[in-house]
Write a protein that binds this ligand. Structure first.
Ligand SMILES: [Zn+2]
Length: 110
């Protein structure tokens, strides 16, 4: 299998030849270029890492939602403080993984 990238929208297609129509932006096969082995390797190698980052982002969002619930519950100031701190830490974790993903996109690792 080879990989072809749409030069208009960036969609990456897997197949023996470029698709007749881009599944995302609908341009024709002539707008696709075949990726080098090195660029294809980046895409395959980054699949699992990107999935891990996405799962971390989802977990951090769940933590943020739980912390908000705890803050609203407002049992006592120490709990509110712990939830507020955890919410900020979860935000940092989420944004760090999003930043990594954004870097991967720029480097063609998707
Ligand atoms: Zn396209």
């Amino acid at each position: 299998m080879k990989l072809f990238r749409c030069t208009v929208c960036g969609y990456v297609y897997e197949g023996e030849t470029a698709p007749e129509v881009c599944p995302k932006c609908k341009v024709g096969a002539e707008k696709f270029e075949e990726l080098s082995e090195e660029d294809a390797e980046k895409i395959y190698r980054s699949d699992r890492t990107n999935a891990i980052h996405m799962e971390i982002i989802t977990l951090a969002e769940k933590m943020i939602a739980l912390c908000k619930e705890g803050i609203e519950d407002n049992l006592d100031p120490k709990c509110v403080s712990a939830f507020t701190q955890a919410k900020d830490e979860a935000w940092t974790i989420k944004q760090r993984s999003k930043t990594e993903l954004a870097g991967h996109m720029k480097l063609g690792k998707y």
